[in-house]
Design a binder for this molecule. Structure first.
Ligand code: ZN
Ligand code: ZN
Length: 356
């Protein structure tokens, strides 16, 4: 079944969906565009239409196979006509659209009942969370590029090099080696800056004895990867090593707990218990992980508040960390695919402390 067919099956017969967010349009049509509308009718997948503008129309006609492709104009007349022809009563939009987009459609197609119910977004989120084999191929490709970049950067980092230079070098390496882009703004932090989980790489230089935290990923075929390694420059202090080993044990315990059918909050609890037992519970200040795919953060969040249950095909990060204000921080992040029996770890870079 195509993704458009799945959505059509989910929608009630008197309803239609207008998919407006670029990420969901890409997921459903396989075509990347910054503008467009995908119209899908409940129970009639063959009637779906992807409207896009003159910048994309030629490429879209060649690339989109699962629905009709039509040139959009600035009015919503054509969409209104199709909705009327198919007898749609309700028109559903995603919850992630802007207020301006919502008001444009509420006013522009006022003969229909337009709303943004949670159900549509939830359906797309949950469908996207279970990766198909072809999606896993792209995520693995992105991870392979990121891992090659790790080996490259381990040779590159030396005393005196700046955080921003490390970030640039990682990005250039990934782009030169098959990545479309960096998966998100690269985090490369040295010394005292490592205590800020999402610090921004700046002019700080690496010094002997520093920890260096590298959190980055690549994009291949629209799909992202995500990994973090914390390495030491020339040598590692005793306290830093103790914290490193604790974070490593927490991650390993959490990865062992991952399997289809387990509650996402259980994975978080597993990691948190190890870190709390080691005396650093308060210093583990973020959730244990998140889903990765077309977006860098997508379902499921591995946190105490999560009610999600993991399913085979989910791609999740497991990334406990300890951040000691004014001193240093350690995070180790792996990306795994959930299976019925456990998980497949997509990150094969050593979890042992690397001293450069
Ligand atoms: Zn990360
Ligand atoms: Zn992450």
């Amino acid at each position: 079944m195509t993704r458009i067919e799945k959505l059509s099956k989910f929608l009630p017969e008197d309803s239609a969906a207008l998919v407006l967010t670029p990420v969901n349009r890409f997921y459903l049509t396989g075509f990347p565009s910054s503008a467009g509308v995908l119209l899908v009718f409940g129970g009639r997948p063959d009637k779906a239409v992807f409207f896009t503008d003159g910048r994309y129309i030629e490429a879209a006609k060649l690339a989109v196979n699962d629905c009709d492709v039509q040139l959009s104009d600035s009015s919503l007349a054509r969409i209104k006509q199709l909705l009327a022809d198919e007898g749609s009563v309700n028109v559903w939009l995603e919850t992630g659209i802007t207020v301006a987009e919502l008001s444009r459609f509420v006013q522009g197609i006022d003969r229909f009942s337009v709303s943004a119910p949670d159900g549509l977004t939830e359906f797309l989120t949950q469908t996207r969370a279970v990766k198909e084999p072809a999606e896993l191929v792209k995520i693995k490709e992105a991870q392979a590029v990121a891992q090659a970049a790790f080996h490259h950067i381990a040779d590159y980092i030396r005393p005196g090099v700046l955080e921003c230079e490390i970030a640039l070098e990682l990005e250039m390496f990934m782009r030169k080696n098959g990545a479309q882009a960096s998966a998100f703004d690269i985090i490369a932090l040295a010394g005292g800056n490592t205590s800020k989980p999402h610090g921004v790489p700046g002019e700080t230089a690496v010094h002997p004895g520093d920890l260096v935290l590298l959190d980055y990923g690549a994009v291949c075929g629209g799909y992202r990867s995500d990994m973090t390694r914390t390495v030491a420059m020339t040598h590692c202090g005793e306290c830093e090593r103790e914290v490193y080993e604790l974070v490593k044990s927490a991650g390993e315990a959490a990865i062992l707990a991952v399997r289809a059918g387990i509650c996402a909050s259980e994975i978080d609890k597993t990691a948190r218990e190890v870190i709390s037992a080691g005396g650093y519970g308060k210093e583990f200040s973020h959730s244990t992980g998140h889903g990765v795919g077309l977006d860098i953060h997508e379902a499921h969040t591995l946190s105490a508040a999560s009610t999600a249950v993991l399913a085979a095909g989910n791609v999740q990060t497991v990334e406990p960390g300890i951040y000691i204000e004014g001193a240093f921080g350690v995070r180790i992040e792996d990306m795994v695919v959930v299976t019925e029996e456990g998980c497949e770890n997509l990150t094969s870079i050593t979890r042992d402390l690397v001293v450069l």
